[in-house]
Ligand binder design. Sequence first.
Ligand code: NAD
Length: 302
Amino acid sequence: MNIGRDSMTKLINGKEIAQNLRNELKNEINNLRSKTGKVPGLAVVQVGNVAASSVYVKAKTKSAKEVGIDVIDHHLPEKTTEKELLEVVDTLNNQNNVNGILVQLPLPKHINEQVVLDSIHHDKDADGFHPLNVGKLSVASHNDENLLIPCTPYGCLIMLKGLGINLSGKDAVIIGRSNIVGKPMAQLLLKESCTVTIAHSKTQNLKEVCSNADIVVAAVGRPEMVKGSWIKNGAVVIDVGINRIEINVNGEKKNKLVGDVDFVEAEKNASAITPVPFGVGPMTIACLLRNTMIAFKNAQKI
Ligand code: NAD
């Protein structure tokens, strides 16, 4: 099956789509404020000072405030014990002005991440990682408006739907089976009636598996692993990977962000493709804000 290729490959602009989504959220939050006198609250918990985490927390906080979400910031010292962190989460679970709780990963090694993530009340699970929400996603027959869905795959789905193609019956190959991207992506595309294949590190003949796909979602974490020749003519490519590589510019070593797909070559075959950066990345944050608003609406029974 061929999705149909225009004369030019469409570059899927995640930055712009995420901005549109944030504008919609801002309007909706404004309306909710008029209706209820309240706004959604997002608690952002960071433990320690990992530089990348600080960058993510700053970006999430800024975006949340921009759309009118109230941010409750908890920056805890590196030496915080698991028990102390669980107490903070417990307090937030019981705080009425907190609708979403985000614990930034990674946590220091002496804290069990899964224990902490599972302690977040499932109604306040802004990331959509709680086993109950994972279960709801897998049993729901369609993408129910009040589900809390993992942000990155949901962002990918919004981008795919934005292309205006009929997803039903399409062959989708997802490379990667992580709990945060690959598996929930498969659930979402299954609900759209795609025929879904999940490929992973033990998959044989990955090239062959990909080359029949109408949709390829790459979530591996290996720079430019997916080659252009693996992409069927007219396929849609969503590149989730974020890899920092070192390149040489005029004898000087510089860092560059690349995806899991060899963009330059894949673009020649694809009908539409996401770039890295400014593809999937901005969608993840926008979907986190969306989950916070959904949790608020669920709490207000709207
Ligand atoms: P992960 O390490 O948890 O999972 C990687 C998956 O890739 C595994 O399921 C593994 O089976 C598979 N894999 C590894 N080697 C493979 C191979 N040779 N062939 C086929 N499959 C192979 O990673 P993750 O958390 O799912 O993230 C994947 C990538 O997406 C990373 O680069 C990460 O930085 C990026 N990411 C981006 C965003 C975003 O907002 N854009 C969000 C989450 C993750």
